[in-house]
Every structure is written in structure tokens, then in C-alpha cells.
Design a protein around this ligand. Sequence first.
Ligand code: ZN
Length: 311
Amino acid sequence: MNVRSRFSVCLAILIALAAVCAPTPSIQAQTHGVSGQAVYKLTQEYLAAAPKRYIGSPGHAAAENFIKAHFAPEATKGNFIADNFSARTPIGQLSMTNYIVKFPGKKDGVIVLASHYETNYPLKDINFVGANDGACTTALLIALGQYYRTHPPQGYSVWLVFDDGEEAVKEWSNSDSLYGTRHLAAKWSGDGTIGHIKAFIVADMIGWKSMNITKESNSTPWLLDVLAKAGKDTGHVSYLFRDSQAIEDDHLPFKQRDVPVLDIIDYEYGTPKDPEAFHHTEKDTIDKLSPASLQVSADLFLDVIKLIDQH
Ligand code: ZN
């Protein structure tokens, strides 16, 4: 993921102030469909199974196996699909795979929830594990899948997309990034699937202890309103919209095809002095995350889906 606009000085001051005043994450007295503690545990397990997951590595294969192993019931029903493709990258053709898991609903239409599951290729030679960047959102999607397995969608169908090749292979550009979702958007345009998608929602870096979700301005305005409403519904409004930025992320190939999109992302991931201190560094480790923040993210996702069903 990449950021296009920065409000550096003002933002740094605002963040410094916000860090002083920020509430510690609290869990509301309510029933949670998905447990933040369970998402945290799944993140630990995913990191243990596949700490480094750059394309072509044994860890990438382990990540694929981890995802597959959690959807055996869907695979037996034909609702777990491996979408293999070959992508032209600055280092040559690379094989990549998106995984799609379908939970059929009662209304015509699909809400897609997506997260990339690989780690950044250019960081393959440092100890980069992407606890916040890729791992916790893969865990969040697995946990949401476990929820929909026992609580089948009553509105639109819910599809999970574990996409590959979100990160640049060499350096971020329009052609070196978002390989998985560019492939999927083109494929689903070709076969007509795209016309059924009511919303394409991305989860990215939303497990940090001091998480605050960015107001991401490439997202569709009515879906940003839905996220704001979900913040009120769940009592998590203080975790939303401290900063506002346009971010290039997995939603763009779908936005370009007029699908309503929402990027649920906390771009600022670091210290008040350096809001990106942990992003794409060896410091992006599990100790930076908290079950409380993952609870907020899980609550927001479930409520956003409920609100889109009513939209
Ligand atoms: Zn990244």
C-alpha cells in the first residue's frame, strides 16, 4: 500500500496531541460475533507457521496451506477457490494465487472482504514478518469466515478474498503493485461477477495497540459514512478518522471499475514522533498489536456488513 498525499507537519502535531489524549482501547459490554482475542491468537499461529511470506518462498507456501486448512468445510462444498495466475513483474513472471471463500446469502449481491496475505518482496532479506501488515488481517478474515460458517449471511453473500501480490516486487508503481486484485478485478469483469459486487472492502494494518483508522479518501463516500455509523453503533468512534489520506491499496482496481470500495486501514503505524516508524520494518511484530484493537476491527467489520445489507 502506498500513500499519495501527506499533511506532514500538521499531522505530526495532531498525532502528538492525540497520542497524549488517546483513550486506551476498551471493550464495550456487548456480545461480540468475533473475538479480538481469537483473532490475536490466530495472528500468532499464522506468524509461527509463516513468518516470512514473500512470493516464491517456503513461508508463502506455508501461508497458503494455513489459509486452506481453515476452510476445509467450505472446500467440500465447492466454496473455496484457488485463483492461480502468472504476473509479469520487474524480476520476471511470478506465479501468484488469490483464495476466495464464499458464504452464500439470501439476497442477490455480494460483499467482498479482502486482505493481502503475503509479505513485501523487497524486504525478504531482513527479518520482516508483517504482523500488522498482512498477518492480522488474514487472521481477521479467517475469524470472520468462522463466524459466517455458523451464522450464514441473511442478506448479501459474503466472500472473503485472500489476495496475493499486493506489495510491490521492486518499487511501488501502477504496474508494480496490487497484482492479485488487478488480476481478480479483470477476471470478474470478464465473467460478469463484478456486476454483483455491492461493496469491496479491504482490511489492512488494523491491529496496532494505538490503532486509529484513516479516513481513506479513495474510498466511496457512502461507504465512509457507513463506517462512521458503524463506529457509533459499536461505541468505537474514537478509533476512527484521526487522519485523512488517499491511499493506493487493494481497493483501487475495483474502484476503477465503478465498484463501491472501502479501505479500512490505519496508515499511521509508529510513534507520535514518527507515525510510520513500524511500517515495512523489522519492528512490525506481534508485540505492537493488541486483542482490544482487533476487537474494534472485528466489531466494525461485522457492523459495516450489517449496515450495507440494510442500505
Ligand atoms: Zn506493506
